[in-house]
Design a protein around this ligand. Sequence first.
Ligand SMILES: [Zn+2]
Length: 257
Amino acid sequence: MRMQLCTWPEVEGYLKKSSGIIMPIGSTEQHGPTGFIGTDALCPELIADGIAAKLGAQKNAVMIAPTINVGMAQHHLGFPGSMALRPTTLIAVIVDCVNSLARHGFDHFFFINGHGGNTPTMQAAFSEIYAARSFHADGAGLPSVRCDFANWWKIKSVKKLADELFGEGEGFHATPSEVALTYYGYPEDGARVHQKTLEPRLAPLGPIYDAEDYRRRFPDGRIGSDPTLATPDIGKRLLEAAVEELGNDYEAFLKQD
Ligand SMILES: [Zn+2]
C-alpha cells in the first residue's frame, strides 16, 4: 500500500508486522520527443505497485513511500520541463527521508531507482546515513538501518528482455524499455506522444558533461536509443519481469538482519 493513502494508525499497525519499506526514486527530466518527462519516477512507481500487489496478497501488505520525484539530472536542464537537484541537495533529501521514517521504526529501505544519474549520489547518501551513526559508539542515538537499491533497467530479467526485443536500439537514454513501461502504465498518454519514426533512428552516442554540451551532442534528448520500438505490450512484459525479480530481491533483503 502507498503510505500516502494510509492513515497514521494504519502505518502504526503495519510497523507491528514489518519494518521494511520500498522507496521509489526517479527524476523529472526530458526523455526525448516520445518519452514522458516523468519516466524515471513513473517506472519505479509502477514496479513498486506491482510488488505490493504480488506480495500483498500472500503476506502482510508492502508499504511504499512517496516517490522522490526529482533527481540528479543537471545535464538535462537544456530541455524544457527538466528539473534537477544538485548532488548535495539530493543527499540531504535521501538522508532526511530515511531518518524521518527510521524514527517511526522502519529499518529496511529498498530503493527502486529509475535514473542512472542518481546512483553515485544515492550511494553517497547511504554512506552519510551510516557515517552519522558510526562516528559515535552508541550510534549517536539514531536507530540502526539498512539501505539497498536496485536500478530496475539493469536487473537480469529486464536486461535479457531488452536485449532480445530491442538489441542495439535500447541505447542509454530515453530507451525503448523505460518508454514501453510507461506506455503500458499510461496508455492514453502513450498513444498521444508515440511516433512511428525518429530521425536519426538510433540517437548519437557520447559522453555526458553539462546541460549546454548535452543538448549540442544529443539534439532531441535521446542517447543511442530508438524508443519508437516501445509498445504497451512490451511494457507489460518488462513490468512483470521487474516485479517478479525485484519482489524476490525485496523479500530477501527483509530477511537480512
Ligand atoms: Zn530515464
